[in-house]
Design a protein around this ligand. Structure first.
Ligand SMILES: *Cc1c(COP(=O)(O)O)cnc(C)c1O
Length: 360
């Protein structure tokens, strides 16, 4: 069977060469006589895979030495609670900007643990923009300031980060990590679930400045960043295979793509093809503020729900799958993460043009 172009928001496509390598190593990982799925996480061969994954992530993202990299489970969603539990221990206050469903969930979760200031929200216009922030509304003694960098469902991204001074900036980068260079030193915590741009589901990467670890002694073991930092993310069994897949993805970025600068170039070119067409189309439009557009998630609508449904159906039949938009936005959404090849977007645009001619 031919492979489809998968525009899913997550889990999403993986590079074909990564899948081929994983398949080739499936029965016998580098002469070990085992699959990576079967290995003890305490074995020397698996520790080698794990260490290499962390080293590659540090190299590719240029993570400074005063940050720990943790490989955790529970998805990005578990960080919605771990962040306030671990960090809201000074003033007990935190600032949140709500720009979509995931930051709204994180905001609600934080309210269980302290005093939360809603700095701004773009819910008034279905999260179709990133609010302009007024530093006068920030809490000067907040324990941290929280944002969701790329809004997966709504297709917006922060092109400029809030200036939070000494207050640590915490960001959910689940749907934009590895899509471009990010200056990690600007963040207290930068975290991401793997299943958008890094690996299959199962592992969540938490990049945390060392001084933010150990601020709450009163936590259950698995909820405390200290446990994971002190045990090299192996207090318990880590999601071994997802971490191995992340290693292959990082090797792909480093060796085949040529690093994150090149990844960004590629992603800009790819998204540009789709946005250019949308800006000139008389049928489809992108409902997002132009200056806040995401390179990873591109929603588009015709304005007619029946026509949207017809498009989604015909697109799937033509091999462009998972292109239906989230129910809160309607219409369509093309998630074009790192692994989506440029020709996938070129072919989608050709298909959209044809649909426009037939239905416009
Ligand atoms: C997908 C996603 C999440 C949720 O991730 P889970 O791993 O399913 O918990 C959170 N934040 C963002 C930005 C996402 O894209």
């Amino acid at each position: 069977m031919a492979r489809v172009y998968n525009f899913s928001a997550g889990p999403s496509m993986l590079p074909e060469s990564v899948l081929a390598k994983a398949a080739a190593e499936m029965m016998d990982y580098q002469g070990s006589g085992q699959s990576v799925m079967e290995m003890s996480h305490r074995s020397k061969v698996y520790q080698g895979i794990f260490d290499e994954t962390e080293a590659l992530l540090r190299e590719v993202m240029e993570i400074p030495d005063n940050y720990k990299v943790l490989f955790l489970q529970g998805g990005a969603s578990t960080q919605f609670e771990m962040i306030p539990m671990n960090l809201m221990t000074g003033s007990g206050k935190a600032d949140y900007v709500v720009t979509g469903q995931f930051s709204k969930k994180a905001y609600k979760e934080a309210k269980r643990f302290g005093e939360v200031n809603l700095v701004a929200s773009s819910e008034d216009k279905t999260f179709s923009y990133i609010p302009k922030l007024d530093p006068a509304t920030f809490t000067p003694d907040a324990d941290y300031f929280y944002i969701c960098m790329n809004n997966t469902i709504f297709g917006t991204v922060y092109h400029d980060l809030p200036e939070t001074g000494d207050v640590p900036l915490v960001a959910d980068a689940s749907s934009c990590i590895l899509s471009r260079p990010i200056d990690v030193s600007k963040f207290g915590i930068l975290y991401a679930g793997a299943q958008k741009n890094m690996a299959p589901a199962g592992v969540t990467v938490v990049i945390i400045r060392e001084d933010l670890i150990g601020k709450n002694d009163n936590l259950a073991t698995m909820q405390n960043y200290v446990t994971h930092a002190e045990n090299g993310s192996m207090y318990n069994t880590p999601p071994c295979y997802s971490i191995y897949m992340m290693k292959l993805v990082l090797e792909w970025i480093k060796n085949e793509v040529g690093g994150l600068d090149k990844m960004l170039e590629r992603n800009e070119k790819k998204a540009g093809i789709l946005y250019d067409y949308l800006d000139n189309s008389k049928l489809f439009k992108n409902p997002v503020a132009k200056e806040d557009r995401s390179l990873m998630n591109v929603p588009f609508v015709t304005g007619d729900a029946d026509l949207d449904a017809k498009f989604v159906k015909e697109a799937a039949a033509a091999g462009f799958v998972n292109i239906k938009g989230h129910r809160s936005v309607g219409g369509m959404r093309a998630s074009i993460y790192n692994a989506m090849p440029i020709e996938g977007v070129e072919k989608l645009v050709a298909f959209m043009k044809k649909f426009e001619e037939e239905n416009g």
